[in-house]
Design a protein around this ligand. Sequence first.
Ligand SMILES: Nc1ncnc2c1ncn2[C@@H]1O[C@H](COP(=O)(O)OP(=O)(O)OP(=O)(O)O)[C@@H](O)[C@H]1O
Ligand SMILES: [Zn+2]
Length: 729
Amino acid sequence: MSSIACYHATNVNQTAQILFPVNVPTAFDYAVPAGLDLARGDFVFAPIGKQMKLGVVWGFGTAEPGRELKSIVDRKATRPLSPDMLDFIDWTARYNGASLGNVLRMVIRNYKALDPSAIVTLYRPSGNSPKNLTPSRAAVLREGGPWPARASEAAARAGVSTGVVKGLVKAGGLVAESGPVDPPFPEPDADLLGRELTIGQKEAGEDLAAQIRTGRFNVSLLDGVTGSGKTEVYFEAVAEALRRGKQCLILVPEIALTQAGLRRFAERFGAEPASWHSQMGEAARRRVWREVAQGRCKLVVGARSALYLPFPKLGLIVVDEEHDTSYKQEEGVIYNARDMAVVRAHLSGHSVILASATPSLESLHNARNGKFAHIILPERPGAAVLPEIGLVDLKEHVPEKGKFLSQPLLDAIDVVTARGEQALLYLNRRGYAPLIICRSCGEKLKSPDTDSWLVQHKRTGRAMCHLTGFSMPMPRECPKCHTEDSLTSVGPGVERVAEEAQEAFPNARVEILSSDTAGNPAELAERMRRMEQGEIDILVGTQMVVKGHNFPKLTFVGVVDGDLGLAGGDPRAGERTYQTLVQVAGRAGRADKPGHALIQTHQPEHEALVALAAGDREMFIGVELAMREMLGLPPYGKLAAVIFWGPEAAKVDALAKKFLAAAPRADGIEILGPSEAPIGRLRGMFRRRLFVQAEASVNLSKYMATWRSKIRTASKYKIQIDIDPQSFM
Ligand SMILES: Nc1ncnc2c1ncn2[C@@H]1O[C@H](COP(=O)(O)OP(=O)(O)OP(=O)(O)O)[C@@H](O)[C@H]1O
Ligand SMILES: [Zn+2]
């Protein structure tokens, strides 16, 4: 901002709309100083309130006579956001009913990323051994890398002071040079030889590459059974886009973003891709953002928010596991990254690949009606075959009292472990028991400020609320009747199932995989490695085990509670259960040994479970789509949810009623509610909700925006609109 004085004379005619990355609904008008040449997407400094802020030029206009406007101060010398990126921000805000400024804030996270990388002193080994090789010097040379590194990084990795690193330069072991603190990413090589593909894989890869070559917008649904090699196949499309000088973005569910996953990219393209996720530090974020924005970083593998990185030359987005619910962001700007990926590709005119073994009904519907190209991989490569899936009726095979594994599951584990193979027991419930009850008075332990039962965790000896993270030591007496040792655990969690498995198979190596036990990424990677190499016999896991893992010796999957996902009022419950169970069963038999799966259930007649056992996906899709059509639910109709919350129940009720009364009149709209949300109280806030169902022809986003604009709320009371909700809590 050194040049404030340069533009004093104001050009009376031209104005520019500037959008700031803060919670504002639109861009504001500013006068453009004479001599300042601006384009859409430029970054500029302008006064807002008493502050000088960085904003983005959103558009232009002419000044209305007599209207006093503040003036833009200066343009920032950096690469502008591209027009299609601006359109994408605009689209995201309008479709999801979010504030435009908040969407821009998702894009611009770090102002330093707009400037070139700082130049710092970097160190690397000279190749000569230093004079006087002390143990700490040796540690630096051994553990200080990857090189080149800053003194502080190398010192931290080697566990020594920075003085040791600097001292090594004089001693001849390291050389110091100047370089960017955020180095560019290595260039991926599209033409490295990939794995030998099967004929079916090769054809699918060629179909996808042909879509890239059109150079136009198109969507492909890569619909391949578990273990069919979808990753290998979409690599062909990535390679084609890279050859054409384009950037590629691969979206994956956050918990599938593992070292093993990234290594596959590194092997195929000869360079580790940039990765992007919610846990990364500021420096890493700044580096990826800058390199992407400059068009230099060609390959990004990231969680959903990577979709809002400012790629100037995007040529392909892959949404892997496209059915996954984690693509929906439920807080702040609410959006579904899978759907927004299609929008972004449409606006920028390039390809999208949606990949899954269990595509969402929406995507299957679009493939069936020809909107998406449908590319199918019906089998696993080589000797690997799909697992047989069987149901175990728990009414018939009742587990022993206080136990949760039925005889057929125990028998199956016995057989595979005796052969030196592995078993996986799946239960999507963390902790030991989902309910803690007093035997004396029947009291259930509740979260203090939330409608949720406390879950017993035996490993930590605590009672925990999974919705808020609240926890306390397991009490010795009932908080209500004060009877000692009267609290008892009801139902199974993974810890309890692991305990039971260990009792039944005393010689087996049993381990648990859940977000509680996989504390940090290194620990998780280590457990995965042990599982891959057969150092675990029985793995008991939550949904963390479902995604993208290849365990060659795993041949049996037991689902402890197949009914878990079917309860509740979620219209997608059947679809979700079907998807999860196909995915989890699909972990079995991925290499040369065939696998099978057994699902314990009280509802063996449920259509999702019947279809699973019969291996008949078409039947299931047919039934589900027919039901959705009858009820007018997506993909045949549209749905929005409105959640109201605040600290006083009566006032939340009143707000919901006031909102309902303000509904604009329109055809093809049906309103259900308001009523108490299934989680009626969360962190002390009372929650009510209503649903709006609309015919397919209605512009529901616009309708909801009009409606929302009619109601003002007191600051502690909120109205949140969720277009196409995925969560019904
Ligand atoms: N042509 C091939 N030859 C040998 N092995 C292959 C081939 N294609 C894929 N594989 C291997 O098969 C396994 C499954 O591949 P991949 O992970 O790409 O499948 P996927 O379809 O993404 O599976 P899922 O949807 O179940 O995660 C991997 O270990 C992969 O290396
Ligand atoms: Zn009691």
